[in-house]
Design a protein around this ligand. Structure first.
Ligand SMILES: Nc1nc2c(c(=O)[nH]1)N[C@H]1C(S)=C(S)[C@@H](COP(=O)(O)OP(=O)(O)OC[C@H]3O[C@@H](n4cnc5c(=O)[nH]c(N)nc54)[C@H](O)[C@@H]3O)O[C@H]1N2
Ligand SMILES: Nc1nc2c(c(=O)[nH]1)N[C@H]1C(S)=C(S)[C@@H](COP(=O)(O)OP(=O)(O)OC[C@H]3O[C@@H](n4cnc5c(=O)[nH]c(N)nc54)[C@H](O)[C@@H]3O)O[C@H]1N2
Ligand code: SF4
Ligand SMILES: [Mo]
Length: 581
């Protein structure tokens, strides 16, 4: 029996017991994940993986594949070589390959398809984006799910929500909205306005925490002047929320221990950083930081405080908008940009025009289909790694559980390339991983945790240069919310992890449009048009249609643009027109 940790892009970072027969079971000793795994890991071995490398559609050996890769790397100018990493596996060692590409003076795609817009806003206000543990949420009296859907994306948070007053702010009537004490079906892209409206009314009701604001915050007066300078009518119109909604929410949280769990939905927009900053500012006004059972949790910076062994200096390109077509050699690791990056037609055009495309991954996908060279990876069970979770403080060790003849690990691939090009050899994998652990961990109740969590998050300090929380007082929003069309939402699905595992390709549409299951529609906007098969849903606002992340054609109409801060994709900064076929 060996223990390891789930490597997938998920808040939970489940601890796993691997049996002699390779079966995977939840580890009952883990304080957060407590013996349960989700669909993906319960069925992990049933999903077909790539067994053999292939070159231009022909199976070859791993040695031959490495020869082809080395030849391509020698042949292509270094500044015409691009390294692109997705988030199929979040182990620390996934980034080892960056060392090679940086040393080789290649260009690295840098930025995010995920959470970095929001992260940038949190860092502006708090100086660092610390994790917010389910064990901490357990101490709350009220939990606000603000654009976050834990029953799908963070199932090990659910026990901490039991018995709490629950408020859901989400344009979709998610499962937990149906059980909540209050559901505000907010207009998409308007959370910043709701947060300002809440702050303003809370201030009018004298709910602010004067002591916390005086001692631990800066810029409060500018914030309040700014918020009070916008007519309430405008704020209500922008977010489609009534004063009654606001009053009910404030009465439910007044004097209570409140946790606000924010997901990526609120920040898939150009001004995503400001959205998180406005939610944080509302929480700071109420004095919710550094206290038991209180605070704002987001996808945290899991590496905060730890040594970063693969931090490199390199030429970079903004990841969500990188133009693959400019490169002679594109190396894609652990990602599926053909499905997951914004504006598929542009990605497709770029990858088809790139000189040579390498896909280094576990499963066949839309990107492997167009790659010239496919190199199969080892699974997380077949290599040494370490996972720091973005949803809790526990350090997830990942020692190799067993050997396999299939694929190559990122460490091995990188070592081979370093040696081929006579670059300095890597430290041993064990030394690298132990170095990370030693840099910032402490043993608490028999479990290794991040040193930052010896106390409550932000109890002692914020991590800004002043050590104080910085209220916001400006933002820039140029999108026309009142323009014609539907918002095109993308959310996560139970049985898939983005484009991995089991997909659901339907376009969900509100009932009032009068379409039936299986009807075909064409969605269009300035980026193109595409046909979808419909599934009616009673969970959507009348101005929204929805696809799952990973669905076929989910990104045909999404914008090739990055956020104002954080180099992040802004999938929902669009509206679409819908026509029945
Ligand atoms: N099963 C499963 N789990 C996953 C994943 C998966 O694919 N499948 N993906 C993982 C990854 S990569 C990530 S980043 C996390 C994401 O975790 P979450 O943030 O929880 O996931 P999402 O479904 O993207 O978004 C959450 C909610 O935001 C809402 N939303 C959309 N737009 C808006 C808006 O403008 N305002 C508000 N208030 N809400 C909005 C959506 O309706 C949705 O219910 O989940 C991780 N966990
Ligand atoms: N429209 C729309 N698009 C979105 C989103 C959205 O909400 N809306 N969500 C975005 C978000 S939050 C994210 S995080 C991205 C995710 O997008 P991607 O990072 O592209 O993630 P996946 O689709 O899960 O593809 C991961 C790939 O990694 C491979 N892989 C798994 N394990 C390993 C390993 O150990 N080694 C190697 N080398 N490969 C491995 C798998 O085979 C799989 O093909 O998608 C984004 N795309
Ligand atoms: S995907 Fe998330 S919930 Fe599922 S096993 Fe992995 S860490 Fe746990
Ligand atoms: Mo993500």
């Amino acid at each position: 029996m060996k223990k390891t940790t789930c490597p997938l892009d998920c808040f939970d970072g489940c601890s796993i017991v691997v049996g002699e027969d390779k079966t995977l079971k939840g580890d009952k000793d883990h304080p957060v994940t407590q013996g349960y795994l989700c669909h993906h890991l319960n069925h992990y071995h049933t999903f077909p993986r790539i067994a053999k490398p292939s070159y231009l559609g022909r199976e070859i050996s791993l040695d031959e594949a490495m020869d082809v890769l080395e030849q391509q790397l020698s042949q292509n100018p270094q500044n015409k070589t691009l390294f692109f990493k997705g988030s199929g596996n979040l182990g620390i060692m996934q980034s080892v390959t960056k060392l090679f590409f940086a040393k080789h003076e290649a260009v690295l795609a840098s930025g995010s398809l995920c959470d970095e817009a929001g992260d940038a806003g949190i860092v502006e206000g708090r100086g660092a984006n610390l994790s917010f543990s389910p064990l901490h949420v357990k101490q709350s009296e009220v939990v606000i799910l603000w654009g976050r859907n834990p029953s799908v994306t963070n199932s090990h948070m659910l026990p901490s929500l039991k018995g709490k007053t629950l408020i859901v702010i989400d344009p979709v009537s998610i499962d937990l909205a149906q059980k909540a004490d209050l559901h505000i079906p907010i207009k998409p892209r308007s959370d910043i306005y709701l947060a300002m409206l809440l702050s303003r009314v809370a201030y009018m009701e004298q709910m602010e925490d004067t002591e916390f604001i005086e001692q631990r915050c800066s810029n409060f007066k500018s914030f309040i002047d700014f918020v009070c300078g916008i007519p309430m009518r405008d704020l209500m119109h922008k977010c489609g929320c009534s004063l009654e909604n606001v009053g009910t929410l404030l009465s439910l949280i007044k004097g209570k221990k409140v946790s606000i769990l924010v997901g990526i939905g609120v920040q898939k927009y150009s001004f995503g950083h400001s959205v998180l900053r406005s939610i944080d500012s509302f929480a700071a006004l109420l004095g919710l930081f550094g206290k038991e059972g209180c605070g704002v949790g987001y996808l945290s910076n899991s590496g905060f405080g730890f040594d970063a062994p693969f931090k490199v200096k390199a030429k970079t390109e903004v990841l969500p908008i990188v133009d693959f077509g400019k490169y002679g050699l594109v190396f894609i690791q652990g990602g599926n940009p053909m499905e997951q990056m914004p504006c598929t037609p542009r990605v497709e055009h770029g990858l088809k025009n790139a000189g040579f495309v390498v896909y280094f991954g576990l499963h066949e996908n839309e990107t492997s289909k167009i790659a010239d060279l496919i190199i199969p990876a080892k699974t997380f069970l077949e290599k040494d790694d370490l996972k720091l979770s973005y949803g809790h403080e526990f350090i997830g060790q990942m020692p190799k559980a067993y050997e396999s003849d299939i694929g190559i690990s990122e460490y091995e691939l990188c070592s081979k390339l370093m040696s081929h090009f006579n670059y300095e050899p890597l430290q041993s994998a064990e030394a690298i991983l132990q170095g990370v652990i030693n840099s910032h961990s402490v043993l608490k109740n028999g479990h290794l945790i991040s040193k930052t969590y010896e106390t409550l998050p932000y109890e002692k300090t914020f991590y800004t240069s002043s050590g104080k929380f910085e209220f916001f007082d400006e933002f820039d929003d140029e999108f026309d919310n009142d323009s014609e069309g539907f918002y095109l939402l993308a959310t996560k699905q139970n049985k898939s992890l983005n484009s991995q595992f089991i997909k659901d390709d339907y376009l969900y549409v509100p009932l009032h449009v009068g379409l039936n299951k299986g009807d075909k529609v064409i969605l269009s906007n300035q980026y193109g048009q595409c046909e979808y098969i419909v599934m009616p849903s009673d969970r959507l606002r009348s101005d929204c249609v929805m696809l799952y992340s990973g669905a076929k054609n989910a990104n045909r109409l999404t914008p090739p643009k990055a956020s104002q801060e954080g180099h992040c994709a802004i999938y929902q900064e669009i509206k679409v027109q819908m026509e029945k076929v």
